[in-house]
Write a new protein. Structure first.
Ligand code: GLU
Length: 306
């Protein structure tokens, strides 16, 4: 059966420097301004890359146009400046790269690994595991949702903080959507294609994305991309025990308080104290002291009061 064939050879030309042993990134979605939880991810991904003498890139994940909130892209860019992060390349915007994601779909299509799906949300009802209703219907791809085939096998990886994590995508999820009927490219596809094209080796991000990882590993495998190393950080929780997120109105980072916020983010990551200084100097000290062994191996960080 097709899904057991050897992986495809990557068809898109790589943009990143493949000689680098460590390339990491911060990849926010502009669905709201950055908050303290986003800062923890930015700081950890930055320090981890720099402590490994690696590169650190910023990518704006703005394919889901209806969810973009006005002004948030600007707040992200101003935050990068205010905290004096120094990405190693120009910031890229996924909305300018839709042709690359389409090429990846095309490549999968040529090998029979994707198909069009006409099921509506209503037809799928409350069943969260897609049963493959349209898998063998051979519908034309145009103006339909596109799903990728998954198979009945365990996909596992060992997270640097969270340990071993596995999923059988067929049992847990079913064939999943890469492109919606309205033409929007799904995050899972864009992230995998860009991580490959930018030569990424390491992903450091919030534990809310832990359960997405097997999907991304599966897609990467089908497209012939090398597997990444993952570190999923515990999520900052507010004093009501909810994770800080745009949905529950986490406060936007106050860019006039960059030094204090940096210090608090490093404390949340249980790193050694850094002196209040310019953000660039604070980051430099944090990189020199960076110790992932001190970050809690949990998915939640409590007791953070801002
Ligand atoms: N864009 C995603 C978010 O803001 C993060 C993607 C990733 O780090 O893989 O939640």
């Amino acid at each position: 059966m097709l899904l057991n064939n050897p992986p495809l050879a990557p068809s898109l030309p790589k943009e990143g420097d493949s000689r680098m042993a460590y390339v990491g990134r911060f990849a926010p979605s502009p669905t709201g301004p950055l908050h303290f939880g986003s800062l923890i991810t930015a700081v950890a991904s930055y320090c981890d890359a720099r402590a490994h003498h690696g590169q650190w890139l910023v990518r704006i994940e703005d394919t889901d146009i209806p969810r973009i909130s006005p002004g948030s892209e600007d707040h992200i860019l101003r935050s990068i400046d205010a905290f004096q992060f120094d990405p190693d390349a120009d910031i890229i915007f996924q909305k300018n790269r839709l042709n690359l994601y389409e090429s990846a779909i095309e490549q999968l299509h040529q090998h029979g690994l994707v198909y069009a799906c006409q099921c509506t949300r209503k037809m799928l009802g409350s069943n969260h595991i897609y049963q493959g209703t349209c898998r063998n219907l051979n519908l034309a791809l145009k103006d339909q949702a596109i799903r990728v085939k998954v198979s009945d096998q365990e996909i596992c990886f060992t997270d640097r903080l969270q340990g071993r994590h596995c999923s059988n995508l067929q049992h847990d999820l079913g064939d999943f959507v890469l492109k919606r009927r309205d033409g929007i490219i799904n995050y899972q596809l864009a992230v995998v294609v860009d991580d490959y094209l930018q030569g990424m080796t390491h992903v450091v991000r919030g534990a809310d994305l832990l359960d997405n990882t097997e999907r991304q590993i599966w897609l990467g495998k089908l497209l012939g991309y090398p597997q990444l190393q993952y570190m999923h950080l515990p999520l900052a929780m507010n004093d009501q025990g909810q994770k800080l997120s745009k949905q529950n109105m986490a406060q936007a980072l106050d860019l006039t308080q960059a030094q204090q916020l940096l210090q608090q983010a490093l404390r949340a990551l249980r790193q050694p104290e850094v002196e209040l200084n310019s953000p660039a100097q604070m980051l430099q000290q944090a990189v020199a002291q960076w110790n992932t062994g001190l970050i809690p191996h949990s998915t939640e960080l409590h007791g953070i009061y801002l």
